[in-house]
Design a protein around this ligand. Structure first.
Ligand SMILES: [Zn+2]
Ligand SMILES: [Zn+2]
Length: 75
């Protein structure tokens, strides 16, 4: 079963997801996925720690970027 991009479905489009948001878990296509470049500073990072294996890309959806990290955060 192929995962579809959730954000595309909201726009009545259908795209294959290339990744999932590590925060809410919904599927995301290349167009909608956001890759965070987050400096690993001690203790203040808002996401669950075990999901943040060093060296792995941190894929999140736009919604989670906005709600968790705030507008204007680097994407
Ligand atoms: Zn999409
Ligand atoms: Zn999300």
């Amino acid at each position: 079963m192929m995962l579809k991009c959730y954000d595309c479905m909201q726009e009545a489009k259908e795209n294959e997801a290339v990744s999932v948001c590590i925060v809410c878990g919904k599927g995301l296509c290349m167009e909608h996925v956001k890759v965070l470049e987050v400096p690993m500073k001690g203790g203040t990072y808002p996401l669950p720690h075990k999901m943040l294996k060093k060296g792995l890309p941190r894929m999140v959806c736009q919604e989670c970027v906005d709600t968790i990290l705030g507008p204007g955060f680097c994407v």
